[in-house]
Design a protein around this ligand. Sequence first.
Ligand SMILES: Cc1ncc(COP(=O)(O)O)c(C=O)c1O
Length: 447
Amino acid sequence: MYYGVQKPPKPFVLHSGSRAQNRVLLNNPTQMNSQSSPRSFNVDRIREDFPILKREVRPGVPLVYLDSAATSQKPLHVIEEMDRYYRNTNANIHRGIHTLAEEATADYEKARESVARFIGAKSPRQVIFTRNATESINLVSNTWGRKNLNSGDVVILTEMEHHANLVPWQMLAAEKNLKLEFIPVTEDGFLDLSALPALLALEPKLVAFTHMSNVLGTINPAQEIIRQAKAAGAVTLLDGAQSVPHFSVNVQDLDVDFMVFSGHKMCGPTGIGVLYGRQDLLEKMPPFMGGGDMIKRVYLRTFTPNELPHKFEAGTPAIAEAVGLGAAVAYLENFDMEAIHAHEKKLVIYALDQLAEIPGVKVIGPTAEHKGGVIAFTLDNIHPHDISQILDEDGVAIRAGHHCAMPLHDKLKLVSTARASFYMYTTEAEIDILARAIYKTKKIFSI
Ligand SMILES: Cc1ncc(COP(=O)(O)O)c(C=O)c1O
C-alpha cells in the first residue's frame, strides 16, 4: 500500500553486456539475443525494414528519399514498439504505483540506458531527454551558460554551425554581453584549425561546434578540437545531430563535456532528443524548466530540485517517443556503426563521380574522404527550389534552401543550395535516378 511516502527511485543499472551482446536479432527485432553478431550489411534487406521506402510518391513513381539529414525514415521495429507501448502500456511515469505506470517508467528508463550505452556514457544519469538537439543546446545555454558566463566572456563557435548552435548563444550574448568568436571555414569546406590557437588564447569559457556539417558534410576532428579547447580551460559542447546517427561516437573517448543530438535523425521518432553532459557539470547546473518531476520537494514559496536526470525533465515527458528512440538504438545496434559509415562513404564517392559528369553541377564541401553522407550542390543558376520541385516529379526528395546554416551560405556567397543526403538504406540505384533527374532539370531550363 502507498502511504504518501515517496518511493525511492529505482537505481540505474547499466546493461552489463557489451554492445555486441546486446544486439537485437534482426529477423525478430523485438528479441534480444546475447549470442548474435552484427547483422551483415545488406542494403536490400535493410530497406525491407523501412515500410515507407516501398511507397510511391504518385502512381508509378517510387519514392527516392535523399533527405535523411533533415530526418531519417523509421524502421518497422520503431513503429511497432511505439504501437506496442500505446496498445499495452501507456501510463504516466515516475508517479503512479499501478502496474502500467511501473511498466511505462521501466520502458522510459530502459530507453535512457540504451542511449547511454550507445554513446558510451558512464551513467544513464548523464542522459537527459529533451525534444531535440535544438532544445538540448538551449538547455545548456539557459542553465550552464546563464550561470557561468559573464560580461566579456568569450564563446567560440564555428562558421559552419546550424542555427541551433548559433542562435541560443547569440541570445545569451545579447543578454550577458558575451563575445562570440568563430573558427573560420576554408574555401574547400574545412574548419581552419590554424586559427584555433589564437582563438584559444582569448581564454574562451566555451567551445561549441558541430561534429559533422549538415551542409558541407565535413566531419570535423572533434577529439583534437576538444583536447585543445580543454587544455585552454574551456568547456566543450559537441553538436552530434549529424554524427551520432551515422558513425560510432563515444563520449568518453571524445572526453567531451556536453553532446547533443536528435532521435528523429537516427531512425527514431520526432519529439525526442538528447543532452549528454559531464555529471559534475550537470549536477551544478540549475534546472531548465520548472514543474512536475523536476522537483524533490515543493513548498509554497520554494522548491528543491530533483536528482539527475529528472532535474532537467519537467512535466510529462515524451514517453512513447523515448520508447521509440530506445527501439531505434536497438535497431542500430544490430549493425556495426562503422559498416553504416562505410556504406555512406561508398555512396558519397559514387554520387560525387556521377555529379562530376553533369556540366553545371558544383558540389560544396570537401572531397569524399572527409565527408559524411551529405552532398550540397548548385546547378548553373537554377534556384534550388526549382531543382527540388522538378526532382520531386521523379519521386526524388532532396532539401533545398539554406539548411538552417545562413551564415555558412553567406560565407560561401550563396543564397541557397540543393542537398542530397544518405543513410543506411540509400542505394546507388537511387543516386542514378537523382543524376537522371538533374539532367532532366537542365533540359527543362534549356541549359
Ligand atoms: C548539425 C545540426 N545541428 C542541429 C540540428 C537541429 O536538429 P533539430 O531540428 O532536430 O533540433 C540539425 C538539424 O538539421 C543539424 O543538422
